[in-house]
Design a protein around this ligand. Structure first.
Ligand code: S3P
Length: 180
């Protein structure tokens, strides 16, 4: 189903989900299709604070990074017509979820732990501090178990076996149904 600007309310679309589920790639294309601004929270933080996420973790600690995410969640919740790809834990913190849900529809992208291991270990661009060190697959499985209930609170979208364009189409159809 095609979706035109006149059909939509302008509410933000928030993408959450585990690292490697495709939030940024899907979000970028979805924003293009909706005529919305695309925001990647990790990228905004990196630009704003002048350091890569893994450097922030290393130099200032994870708690400082989580505060940066919380401040950004409040800001973004005040604007509209944005597709927001959130860092993997941002929406699991209740105040962030509240700030962004008020004016947004939230979808969680899902992939199996096996696919996540394959995607993140192949990703040579994003350095993920929580998966640093040996045996990232062990960390991924542990974190996945810890977080799955949190992600399950949002409307799920399976990405397994789908291309980015196919996931975007699923999202466009869901948004159109919600706006109808
Ligand atoms: C994190 C996910 C990362 C980034 C940071 C922490 C997490 O974002 O925010 O490394 O706790 O899941 P992606 O989900 O975009 O990889």
């Amino acid at each position: 189903m095609a979706i035109g600007e006149d059909m939509i309310s302008g509410r933000n679309i928030i993408l959450t989900g585990f690292m490697g589920t495709g939030k940024s790639s899907v979000g970028r294309l979805l924003a293009e299709r909706l005529g919305y601004t695309f925001i990647d929270t990790d990228e905004v933080i990196e630009t704003r604070y002048g350091q890569a996420v893994h450097e922030i973790f290393r130099d200032q600690g994870e708690a400082a990074f989580r505060e940066m995410e919380a401040a950004l969640a409040c800001e973004l919740g005040a604007a509209e017509k944005q597709v927001i790809a959130t860092g993997g834990r941002l929406m699991l913190d209740a105040p962030n979820a509240a700030a962004l849900s008020r004016n947004g529809r939230v979808f969680s992208l899902w992939a199996t732990p096996e696919e996540i291991v394959e995607r993140v270990t192949k990703d040579t661009i994003a350095v993920r501090p929580l998966l640093a060190g040996s045996a990232p697959e062990v960390r991924i499985r542990a974190l996945y178990e810890e977080r799955r209930v949190g992600y399950a609170r949002f409307t799920p979208v399976k990405t397994s076996g789908k291309t980015i364009a196919e996931v975007v189409q699923v999202l466009l159809d869901s948004i159109a149904a919600l706006e109808a």
